[in-house]
Design a protein around this ligand. Structure first.
Ligand code: NAD
Length: 271
């Protein structure tokens, strides 16, 4: 069986480097190249395995379009403006697109929907198996527990994260709202400060912590009088997201055009 050519846009980033390592180690995948921003000092440098420092014999370029052309699938953990541009290259070169970028606006997401009409696109706010099971459990618990249980979503990430709440916290909020037959926008309490008044029944609250090098921690807390149910996921290392994204890439290349999430990739039941 020939190896699947996997490219990494933003290969110098925290996730980009973890992805390069996972692809170089995978028996069914071959690294087809990596890009960085035009103004990045990394342009022209060797793409190396982050743990072993072994060279891939490829250099970092700023030519994302050429990378999409040379790849069966490209994995994209960059920033929303870059991801929107990359989606147009996915369409032009019929390249499967795996997107982990968070902080995308609904308009940004339209570019992924457009690409998914032509190629397989996997778009997920979190590529780890554990967090996707957490989403599933959250929806089930919200459905089973009545609205005497106040739902709060807590997340903590490293000090460099630029968006809040995390994409995963939003997915967990959506899952909790869906479990109660609601749309998150109707019931979200995004932030609290000053005299907020009493908590509104049925709302879903968010709390955001930032600091250190925490890869990602999420808790969904269901709070009734005298009892509390909590489900938590702690990511010890961002390699779990990279592993999930490479798994998604190898799965997606043999799918029809369409917009998929990790529930599809992992075969988890959509409820
Ligand atoms: P990072 O800042 O370390 O890496 C992003 C990289 O993309 C940088 O190296 C940057 O130079 C590069 N980049 C930006 N624009 C580019 C362009 N036009 N072309 C090529 N490269 C470009 O950030 P990170 O911690 O690796 O996170 C990246 C994104 O992935 C964020 O949106 C983050 O929230 C998200 N993320 C998602 C998951 C998930 O499972 N879905 C997990 C972790 C992080």
């Amino acid at each position: 069986m020939s190896l699947i050519k996997v490219g990494v846009v933003g290969c110098g980033g925290r996730m980009g480097q973890a992805l390069v390592g996972q692809i170089m180690d995978h028996k069914d995948a071959e690294l087809s190249g990596g890009t960085e921003r035009h103004d990045s000092p990394l342009i022209g440098q060797d793409i190396r395995h982050p743990d072993t420092n072994i060279s891939s014999n490829l250099s970092i370029t700023d030519d994302a379009e050429a990378l999409f052309e040379a790849s069966d699938v490209v994995i994209d953990f960059t920033c929303p403006t870059a991801t929107v541009l990359h989606a147009s290259y996915a369409i032009k070169h019929q390249t499967t697109h795996i997107v982990g970028t968070t902080g995308m606006t609904p308009e940004d997401e339209d570019s992924l929907k457009a690409a998914s009409g032509k190629v397989p696109v996997v778009y997920a706010s979190n590529f780890s198996l554990g967090v996707n099971v957490l989403c599933y459990l959250t929806q089930q618990a919200a459905h089973l527990l009545d609205d005497n249980f106040d739902i709060e979503v807590l997340e903590m990430h490293h000090r460099h994260k630029v968006d809040a709440p995390s994409g995963t916290a939003l997915s967990l909020g959506k899952a909790a709202a869906a479990g109660r037959g609601k749309n998150l926008d109707q019931v979200a309490d995004w932030a609290r400060h000053g005299i907020t008044g009493e908590r509104e029944k049925g709302n879903i609250g968010f709390a955001v912590l930032r600091g250190g090098n925490v890869a990602g921690e999420h808790t969904v807390s269901f709070n009734a009088d005298d009892e509390r149910l909590e489900v938590t996921h702690k990511a010890g290392n961002r390699v779990i997201f990279a592993r999930g994204a490479v798994h998604a890439a190898l799965w997606a290349v043999s799918q029809d055009a369409g917009l998929y999430d990790m529930f599809d990739v992992l075969g988890l039941p959509e409820s």
